[in-house]
Each structure stands twice: as structure tokens, then as C-alpha cells.
Design a protein around this ligand. Structure first.
Ligand code: CTP
Ligand code: CA
Length: 220
């Protein structure tokens, strides 16, 4: 697509993106996280910016630089903190793109003090469920146009179709963990009411442009 097309695709729209891995504390030095690097969400932030959007990027742990020119950048490391940061201004948004790899569970009683090793006794860490940020946004009255991601290790399309229904999102981006996490490239399938579109393996900036194109096409 010519660059001129992209520069107008989301002109003047407010877009919020979450990205990166959340981190759930066990004690002051330890926690539960995952292998997400934040690259796909940062590529989307860049593409949305190039498409003329005002971008709010909310990020957990990321292993990539933040792009210039974003309207707001907010770090929120735990799922609870990310939930708070999202709901702080999600009602002002036209589009919400949930790329973050949010921990499904947090530690029930995180310790304020470093847990000491006790020979012969392995501690048991009790978990409790985190809020589902994307589902909480898609359920709002007057919800923004919501885009979800699904990273699966197997049976991609069946999991992705079910996830799109469960989350109540008009657009879901499905990818295999082996094709996406920690890589500079990605191979995705876009699932929406009109079609299931399998895209070729491309750099994450190109994947992000294709997603922006699809959002612009579907946006009411
Ligand atoms: N998501 C979220 N908040 C959570 C969990 C997930 O906002 N607590 C979002 C992710 O950002 C992603 C989508 O929901 O856009 C799907 O996440 P995923 O982990 O694939 O789905 P789950 O419903 O958690 O299912 P599972 O982990 O069992 O595959
Ligand atoms: Ca999950």
C-alpha cells in the first residue's frame, strides 16, 4: 500500500494499546512473568501514529525502545496496575488494542519481606485470578472498537474463534507462540465478522500496518 494511504487511515482517532509482559510479585525480589517482549504492541503504536492516531501506550515489562510521538506512555507492571491505567482513560478512546501478555493469575499473599530459604521445606505459592482487562473493556456500554490477540501453542484457529466470542471483540489477531513471541517477525491470521485472513510471515512493522488497515476498514 502507498504510504499516503496509511497516513490518513486513523486520522484523529484515539487509540489505546497495551503491550509487554505483566509481572506479579512473589516477594520484593521475585515474581511471575512471561516471555513477551512488547515488540508487536510497540510496532502497532508506531503504525497507529503513522496512520494519524493519538496513541496511548500502556506497557508492562518490555525489551524494546518506546517510539517517539506518542500522546501518552504509561508503565503498569502488574495486571491490577494495568487494569487501573487502562480504565483511567479508556472511555476517551475510539480503539482499544490489547496486545499485552497479562498474567492470568497473581500471587495471593505476596510477601513484603524476602522469603528466606528453609532447608527441606519448599514453599507453596497460592495463586488467585487477575481481572481480564480486555473483557472488561469490551463489556463497557459504548465500548471502543476492541482488538484482541491470541497466542496459542497448538490448534490455533479453534482456540482463536472461541476466544473472539468469549472476549466479545470484533477483531482478533491469532498467532502461534512459535511464530511470534521473542521474534522480529510474525505470522498472523485476522478473525472478524467478515473474514478469516491469513497473512504471510512478515516483519512486525508490516504486520502492524496490515492490522491498522483492517481496523480502519472495520471501524464504524
Ligand atoms: N487479556 C487481558 N487480560 C487478561 C488476560 C488476557 O486483557 N487478564 C487479553 C490479552 O491482551 C489478549 C487477549 O486477552 O488480547 C487474549 O489473551 P489470552 O491469554 O490469549 O486469553 P485468555 O482468555 O487468558 O486464555 P488462555 O490464556 O487460557 O489462552
Ligand atoms: Ca491468558
Amino acid at each position: 500500500l502507498p504510504d499516503a494511504w496509511l497516513s490518513k487511515a486513523l486520522f484523529g482517532t484515539n487509540v489505546m494499546i497495551t503491550t509487554g509482559a505483566t509481572f506479579e510479585a512473589i516477594d520484593p525480589v521475585r515474581g511471575i512473568t512471561n516471555i513477551s517482549t512488547g515488540q508487536m504492541g510497540v510496532a502497532l503504536a508506531r503504525a497507529c501514529r503513522r496512520a494519524g492516531a493519538n496513541v496511548t501506550l500502556i506497557y508492562g515489562q518490555i525489551q524494546t525502545d518506546l517510539p517517539n510521538g506518542l500522546t501518552h506512555t504509561i508503565q503498569a507492571v502488574s495486571a491490577d496496575a494495568m487494569y487501573q491505567a487502562v480504565h483511567q482513560s479508556v472511555r476517551e478512546q475510539d480503539v482499544f488494542i490489547s496486545v499485552a501478555a497479562v498474567a492470568d493469575y497473581k500471587v495471593k499473599n505476596a510477601s513484603n519481606e524476602k522469603i528466606k530459604k528453609q532447608a527441606g521445606v519448599a514453599p507453596v505459592i497460592e495463586l488467585t485470578e487477575n481481572p481480564d482487562i480486555l473483557a472488561s473493556v469490551s463489556q463497557l456500554d459504548d465500548a471502543p472498537f476492541c482488538v484482541g490477540f491470541a497466542a496459542e501453542s497448538h490448534d490455533l484457529l479453534n482456540h482463536a474463534r472461541a476466544k473472539r466470542q468469549r472476549k466479545g471483540v470484533p477483531l482478533l489477531v491469532a498467532n502461534l507462540v512459535s511464530e511470534s513471541m521473542g521474534k522480529a517477525t510474525n505470522q498472523v491470521t485476522l478473525l472478524d465478522d467478515e473474514a478469516e485472513t491469513e497473512l504471510p510471515n512478515m516483519g512486525k512493522d508490516q504486520v502492524a500496518e496490515a492490522i491498522v488497515q483492517r481496523i480502519a476498514h472495520l471501524l464504524p
